[in-house]
Design a protein around this ligand. Structure first.
Ligand code: ASP
Ligand code: MG
Length: 463
């Protein structure tokens, strides 16, 4: 069996957890590639402090922060690694790497400027500090582990910092790097989330990108399965924090999992499914706290599903932008210009709907991006001839109902909307993809949790 296993978040929260992870890896038979994410919250810390330090320009703060990061990783290493010699080697490497981090932090501090490229370099340190600890822990348990950065593992990407994509042919490079290590009975430990351009500059694959690293490697080396170890039971029918009756979904198709992750469920990196679909490699989302549990299996569409709607997800803080065309241009032209402008400002569009009067379009975006979106739309309309009017409503949430069984099952939308009607919740906007895998709608934020619960119950998702 050839397996890729990814560990992230709480799974690598502390030295103790890393030890548990190493024991689990040691017990696993067959060929194994390990992908590690950063220690718990480290990516967030790097992100926040890079921004703060750029703004403040205090070199002392930069040094203090890096010192904190170094101490934290040394502590985890000391907890996880029992062999003194290996521990010294790992700490030496941590010192060297945090030295590089310090130089970068001082650099942005002096310049008062944080480019997308420097940002990616800085946030990559979470994984680059975690990998030596994980591989050192494995070595101290007698596993022949070697750690590699994303670039060393062949993950060569374009230069789209923050959201880099593998270049065509990257798969061959990954295979060429990884397969010989497996042939020598080694366990490669690869930093998740990060890649490298052809020129050797560090890039990142987007937040949560370690999942994507795991599936890219899995597809490249023709793995039998990819296991994503998380701190949850698997993929759930809803967020248990909102709906306590939420249950684990034992089986979900690639398409359904993609719909869910694009619609705010923070279970998977949205692109993580793409690499494996064609080769039909199953992904399992497993719970580190219950390692023998099957978790959720993500695989191809079964012939038959009993559950029409499997899961519900919601994006809490969203805004609707309603745009009325001036009538001097076709609505498609208005839409084209608006979407180009939004894309140029990196505004991510969550839902779109166009009324049949062909005069207005409504767009749903993350509220954090609203100001950027408004500026972009104003620019489009600088001549005043494109848009007659636009309004925004930022107090709404988007809810998505996902399930392959909705395709071709009449009455699903009716059930969704009658569940809302029974609760007296009014709907602000509706959209359904033509794949019929996802019905999504927008309600007032204060109604969102109630709406999600009503639908979860109506479709017996928790049963
Ligand atoms: N450490 C990165 C993040 O927090 C990548 C990952 O966890 O998958 O986004
Ligand atoms: Mg992380």
């Amino acid at each position: 069996m050839r397996l890729v296993m990814k560990f992230g978040g709480v799974a690598v929260a502390s030295g103790k957890r890393i030890k548990t992870v190493a024991e689990l890896i040691k017990r696993t038979e067959g060929e194994l590639v390990v992908v590690t994410s950063a220690l718990f919250k480290v990516t967030d810390m790097l992100h926040e402090n890079a921004i703060r330090i750029t703004k403040e320009g205090e070199i002392e703060h930069a040094k203090e922060f890096v010192e904190h990061i170094r101490a934290m990783h040394e502590l985890a290493a000391a907890e996880a690694i029992s062999d003194g010699q290996i521990l010294r080697e790992v700490c030496e490497e941590l010192k060297e790497r945090t030295g590089d981090l310090e130089k970068a932090m001082i650099g942005i501090c002096l310049l008062g400027e944080l480019s997308a490229r420097s940002y990616d370099y800085i946030v990559s340190f979470g994984e680059r500090l975690a990998a030596p600890i994980v591989s050192g822990t494995l070595r101290s348990k007698g596993v022949d582990a070697v750690h590699l950065s994303g670039g060393e593992a062949g993950i060569i990407t374009n230069e789209e910092y923050g959201n880099a994509q593998p270049v065509p042919g990257a798969e061959d490079g990954i295979r060429a790097r990884i397969v010989p290590l497996l042939a020598q009975d080694k366990v490669p430990v690869v930093t998740g989330y990060i890649g490298e351009t052809e020129k050797g500059i560090t890039t990142t694959l987007g937040r949560g990108g370690s999942d994507y690293t795991a599936t890219l490697i899995g597809a490249a080396i023709n793995a039998d399965e990819i296991w994503l170890w998380k701190e949850t039971e698997g993929i759930m029918s809803a967020d248990p924090k909102i709906i306590p009756e939420a249950k684990k979904i034992p089986y979900i198709s690639y398409r359904e999992a993609m719909e869910l992750s694009y619609f705010g469920a923070s279970i998977l990196h949205p692109r993580a499914i793409e690499p494996v679909i064609e080769k039909d490699i199953p992904i399992r989302v497993k719970n580190l706290l219950k390692p023998d549990d099957e978790g959720t299996l993500i695989a191809k569409e079964p012939e038959h599903t009993e559950k029409v709607a499997k899961a519900i997800t919601l994006i809490e803080n969203t805004s609707i932008i309603n745009i009325a065309g001036s009538g001097m241009r076709s609505i498609s032209e208005v839409a084209a210009r608006v979407f180009i402008a939004l894309a140029a400002e990196n505004v991510n569009v969550i839902m779109i709907s166009q009324g049949s009067s062909e005069r207005t379009i409504s767009i749903v975006i993350d509220s954090a991006q609203l100001n950027r979106a408004i500026d972009a739309i104003k620019k489009v309309n600088s001549s005043g001839t494109i848009i007659r009017d636009f309004t925004t409503n930022s107090n709404v949430s988007a809810v998505g109902v996902v399930g392959a069984g909705m395709a071709g099952t009449p009455g699903v939308a009716g059930k969704v909307f009658s569940a809302l009607g029974n609760e007296g919740i009014s709907i602000r906007m509706i959209s359904q993809g033509s794949s019929e895998y996802n019905i999504s709608f927008v309600v007032r934020r204060e109604d969102a949790f109630r709406a999600a619960r009503a639908i979860h119950k109506m479709f017996e998702m928790g049963k």
